[in-house]
Design a protein around this ligand. Structure first.
Ligand code: SF4
Length: 259
């Protein structure tokens, strides 16, 4: 199969038959780094400038809550509507849940996210005395992570996104693509939670590579290692993948049975 994406991979000069430096049984750092290097050559996301943080990390937190269970386009539409409707976060916090939900409906789960945002804004006002998270910029990672996780609607992935993209702290957010790819490669057991995978990846990757690795694995999951039909024969990291053979010409079954 030659999709637009596999053509892109081949143009990057990466052969699916590239030989993995060592047999992979555990996420050994040398193997992880080799895979990340191949993915960087294939997708090149690490070369992009880091996402520009919002002036106030609170904006980034709200954007990240809106992004849960939806795509970037709907998230951005909902955030733009929020900014249009309310002149400040104080005004948004004072509005009704119904009005907030209606404003952000483009992002889906309007009422749930509206409650999260409303409660998070109130907690932030209590903690900082204002509707702002600028005060967190001087905090260390553990303190910032702990506070973020205490907010309604903020789980490990949302907290890691705010830490990495808004506060410049070393954190590795794990989404559905990263979960799938890491399990298929064999870096994480089938029953691993996103939190488990975050710990594995944070231990295996140098901090300065978190940003590029996060984006490149997501690209790989979106275009090659897709949920329904991974393009294994065209995959540049096939030699390091535990489950690759299961997808060739009907051998085995996909998805592989849970062990
Ligand atoms: S070989 Fe197949 S299952 Fe493994 S990472 Fe590549 S596309 Fe995914």
């Amino acid at each position: 199969m030659k999709t637009k994406e596999t053509v892109k991979v081949h143009r990057a000069g990466i052969s699916p038959a590239a030989v993995c430096p060592t047999a992979l049984t555990l996420p050994e750092r040398s193997v992880v780094l080799w895979v990340l290097d191949v993915l960087e050559k294939a997708w090149g996301m690490g070369k992009l400038s880091p996402v520009k943080a919002h002036e106030d990390p609170l904006d980034g937190l709200i954007v990240t809550i809106l992004s849960q269970n939806t795509n970037d386009k709907n998230r951005d539409r909902a955030f733009a509507q929020l900014k249009l409707r309310f002149s400040s976060w104080e005004e948004a916090a004072a509005s009704s849940i119904e009005e907030l939900a209606s404003t952000i409906r483009a992002a889906g789960l309007g009422e749930v996210k509206a409650r999260y945002i409303n409660q998070a804004l109130k907690r932030i006002k209590e903690r900082f005395g204002e509707y702002s998270l600028k005060g967190m910029k001087s905090w260390d990672k553990d303190k910032a992570k702990s506070f973020l996780l205490s907010l309604p609607g903020v789980g490990p992935k949302t907290a890691a996104c705010v830490l990495l993209f808004e506060l410049g702290q070393p954190a590795f957010p794990v989404d559905t693509h990263i979960t799938r790819v890491c399990k298929r490669i064999g870096w994480a057991p089938q029953n691993a939670t996103p939190e488990d995978i975050q710990s594995i990846m944070e231990a295996a990757i140098p901090q300065e590579q978190y940003y590029g690795a996060h984006l490149n694995i997501i690209e790989h999951g979106r275009h090659i290692c897709t949920a329904r039909k991974p393009a294994c024969p065209s995959c540049p990291i096939i030699s390091c993948c535990s489950f690759a053979g299961k997808t060739r010409r009907g051998e085995g079954q996909w998805p592989p049975p849970l062990s």
